[in-house]
Design a protein around this ligand. Structure first.
Ligand SMILES: [Zn+2]
Length: 409
């Protein structure tokens, strides 16, 4: 079999395109497959699909294709142009590549699969033997393609959450479909405007379809939800994990203050116990459990605060709003009589937004899905590496977590 014939077959080239010539460049480790079409071939105007005679050809171009036996393989062709009576002289679309791409469709599909599998641009580009810009371009084009094809679907259960792009600063806000665990919208910052910018990426029908939305207790997100989602007040569920996190932080604050006081009197019974108070009992080793029991029995403020925090967990174990409310009222009365200022502050914060906390009994959503997604995003950030700016970070989130149809066809 001639190499021309071989390449014609393995490239899967369709009529009217055929292989003219196969060139092996040993030094650069490349194979160049030159292809052309018979002169009488007709092509379509890319604007109106009108079939027209070939007018002339553009400059010869290279498209990177899948390697053949480790040789970087390129298709080489002069793209045909047509003269449309309506649209003028236009470059016709070639069947092996998307307009504007320097890769064939097969190469791009492979690159996308590889980027998804390795979850790193760096890893993928080494296997593909492309540079960072070329590889990143595949990601960008895939996301643009996916967004273009994205169908507008109802989003009955949403979560909204912030994510730090750089440590502790520079946030992005994510809107997550909790049923599909996909990122539906991203905006810069973590303000009311950021949240509204996310909501504005949904259609009116989608906003109307929202039945429940999970969020932390930040006033910014509450305000935005009320501005963008009809009857939001009934649909907001403050995420239980965020609420418990606040309670945990209060316990930690109390422990730190008390430890300081005790150390001043030479008592180090709270020293090095942070982990014991913040970790679920079920996750402590036997030795840690024993230590915990001993400190807990010492009747310290920290122990008392910890007890109230543990009790608060039951808030989410009620079947009805009225039961949950009765439980909280009782918890609140008891906490408010203590001298545990940080915990009292948490109690007041919860009380203020109580209906949206215990809405959980009816709507049963949490941002836990979004949190899982967030850890995925964080690991992508670590592994993809080299994000030059926030726009790239957002693009990567959509590439890996957008649930988009990314492949060219
Ligand atoms: Zn036309």
């Amino acid at each position: 079999m001639q190499d021309r014939e071989l390449y014609q077959k393995i490239l899967g080239l369709e009529e009217p395109w055929g292989v003219d010539d196969v060139e092996l460049l040993l030094e650069s480790g490349e194979i160049r497959v030159r292809i052309s079409h018979p002169s009488e071939t007709k092509f379509c105007c890319p604007e109106c699909q009108r079939e027209l005679a070939c007018y002339d050809h553009g400059q010869e171009r290279l498209w990177r294709h899948l390697d053949s036996c480790q040789f970087k393989t390129y298709l080489v062709a002069a793209p045909p142009r047509v003269q449309c009576p309506e649209h003028g002289v236009k470059t016709a679309r070639v069947p092996w590549a998307e307009p504007g791409s320097r890769f064939t469709i097969l190469f791009e599909r492979f690159a996308i699969d590889l980027l998804q599998a390795t979850q790193t641009v760096k890893g993928a580009k080494e296997i593909l033997r492309t540079n960072w810009d070329q590889t990143w371009n595949v990601v960008q084009r895939a996301v643009a393609r996916g967004l273009d094809r994205k169908q507008v679907k109802d989003v009955p259960r949403l979560g909204i959450d912030e994510k730090a792009f750089r440590k502790g600063q520079d946030y992005v806000t994510l809107l997550v479909n909790l049923d599909t665990s996909t990122v539906e919208a991203i905006a810069d910052g973590n303000s009311t405007e950021s949240a509204n910018a996310c909501f504005s990426q949904l259609s009116t029908e989608q906003l109307n379809s929202v039945q429940a939305i999970a969020m932390d207790m930040s006033a910014a997100f509450v305000k935005a939800a009320k501005e963008s989602i009809p009857l939001a007040e009934e649909k907001i569920v403050h995420d239980r994990f965020h609420v418990m996190q606040m309670a945990n932080q209060a316990v930690d604050q109390i422990r730190r203050a008390e430890n300081k006081e005790l150390l001043a009197t030479g008592d180090d019974s709270l020293k090095g116990t942070r982990y014991l108070w913040l970790t679920g009992q079920e996750n402590l080793t036997t030795k840690q459990s024993e230590r915990f029991e001993a400190v807990y029995r010492a009747s310290l403020k920290t122990g008392k605060a910890w007890g109230f925090k543990e009790l608060l967990r039951d808030l989410w174990n009620h079947d009805s709003i009225s039961q949950a409310k009765a439980f909280f009222d009782d918890w609140f009365r008891r906490v408010i009589r203590t001298n545990l200022a940080p915990l009292k502050k948490v109690a007041r914060t919860i009380k203020e937004r109580l209906s949206n906390v215990i809405n959980y009994c009816l709507l049963e959503i949490t941002n836990a899905v979004a949190e899982g997604l967030n850890s995925k995003i964080m690991s992508i950030k670590r592994r993809v590496g080299g994000f030059r700016n926030r726009e790239n970070f957002k693009t990567a989130i959509l590439f890996y977590c957008g649930g988009l149809d990314l492949h060219p066809r």
